[in-house]
Design a protein around this ligand. Structure first.
Ligand code: GTP
Ligand code: MG
Length: 405
């Protein structure tokens, strides 16, 4: 199952622009509020330094792509309809939104750092809006949905408790559809201290605190401060970092990334997503407007922030927030190839703590069944199937059926 990242945020903050630039799709973007009516799904990539150079081999990537030494690993990106304060009361898309958002492993909360979206979600002069308040409003929206679910299931919880079903199991029962697991409930009860208070004595504030914490622990999130190319964005970016010091905040210009990716597609420039420079290939083919736009990106975005933030945000979400490792399973330990001779064909994103047995399951269920051990292709050491994988491991999986006689 590919890693899934959801894009959430107030309307008009640039979610679809971010999505299009990362997936090279053409979903509708406009200055009107609530342009995206239903979720858009697409394939984006995270980028990591490929191991082929270290091993001194030429690779034949299959499930990913290798460009100038960088491995591009596919992930699924979901662009969600925009939110606005009060959406949970029924003005917005409610449970449909929540259930799609909940299927994501992590969320990227996109905010307009320039403050150019007003309270109704319309585009306004940069500097007139308050991105710090916008983030708080949208977070509150999400929490209200969690709270609503808890409140509408109060009778069920009480019935469960009477039947000696514990609170965590009961809550998981009606919230697993939005990605809440028993361990999340237990963590939220622990963090709020409510583990020591009888549920029947919870007051309104207790339930709300619980909903906040449950949202927090069940759905890891980073903030992307978008529209950094506009006035007022820099000052607001500093404020966002201060206010949300417990979260990762990444500056971005989705519009700049989209311009670069489209120019690259047309063959005007050579640009590797996430890099801090691009090369103009045929300057004579560019119109004055295109030249101006590319120059602006070079001077205002790349020289100041080193990247447009789009690729960087995806990498951070997968590698830092979700702590995923990249692991290369191979068949032949010596040639580092699969059965058809493809060298380093696949790379898998594995959650922190995954074992060789987990890797085998990802590759093929038949392989997992007869799995005997793994071999670390760096030093030839035989590893037990309970060995916890490390980032950049290249592992030959040996099972009863594949073992060479
Ligand atoms: N200057 C600037 N404008 C941007 C940037 N990203 C998006 N925009 C503009 O912001 C407006 C809204 O962009 P969308 O991508 O449609 O925003 P959205 O968040 O998907 O909006 P909804 O679907 O309504 O929630 C469009 O006019 C975009 O061109 C950016 O990085 N810089
Ligand atoms: Mg949109």
């Amino acid at each position: 199952m590919p890693v899934k990242i959801g894009l959430i945020g107030k309307t008009n903050t640039g979610k679809t622009t971010f999505f299009n630039s990362a997936t090279l799709q053409s979903a509708e973007v406009s200055t009107y509020p609530f342009t995206t009516k239903a979720p858009n799904f697409g394939v984006a990539h995270v980028v990591t330094l490929c191991v082929h150079k270290e091993f001194g081999v030429k690779d034949n990537p299959k499930n990913s792509r290798c460009e100038d030494g960088w491995r591009f690993i596919p992930i699924e990106l979901v662009d969600l309809p925009g939110l606005i304060k009060g959406a949970w009361m029924g003005k917005g898309l409610g449970n449909l939104f929540l259930s799609v958002a909940a299927q994501s492993d992590a969320l990227i909360h996109i905010v307009d750092a320039s403050g150019s979206v007003d309270a109704e979600g319309r585009i306004a002069e940069p500097g007139t809006g308050d991105p710090v308040a916008d983030i708080g409003d949208i977070e509150e929206e999400l929490v209200m949905w969690y709270l609503k679910l808890i409140l509408t299931n109060q009778d069920r919880i009480e019935r469960d408790l009477k039947r000696d079903v514990d609170l965590a199991t009961s809550v998981e029962g009606f919230m697993q559809g939005i990605g809440v697991k028993k361990e999340h409930v237990l963590q939220a009860l622990e963090e709020t201290g409510l583990i020591r208070k009888d549920y029947l004595n919870w007051n309104e504030k207790d339930t709300k605190d619980f909903a906040w914490t449950l949202r927090d622990v069940s759905k890891p999130t980073i903030i992307v401060a978008n529209k950094m190319d506009l006035p007022h964005a820099e000052g607001n970016f500093g404020r966002i970092c201060e206010e949300y010091s417990d979260m990762i905040v990444i500056p971005s210009s989705a519009e700049a990334e989209l311009t670069l990716r489209r120019a690259e597609q047309k063959g005007y420039i050579k640009y590797i997503p996430g890099e801090e420079r691009f090369k103009t290939i045929e300057p004579s083919k560019l119109t004055d407007k295109q030249k101006w736009a590319l120059n602006f990106i070079r001077k205002v975005i790349l020289s100041q922030y080193f990247h447009t933030g789009v690729q960087f945000a995806l990498n951070v979400a997968v590698f830092k927030l979700l702590k995923m490792s990249t692991v290369y399973p191979v068949y032949d330990q010596k040639t580092l190839s699969d059965k058809d001779g493809n060298v380093l064909p696949d790379v898998h994103l594995m959650p922190y703590g995954s074992t060789i047995a987990d890797l085998a399951k990802e590759v093929h269920s038949a392989l997992a069944k007869g799995l005997l051990y793994g071999i670390d292709c760096r030093d030839g050491i035989r590893l037990p199937i309970t060995y916890k994988l490390r980032d950049r491991d290249v592992i030959s999986l040996v099972s009863a059926s594949t073992k060479k006689k």
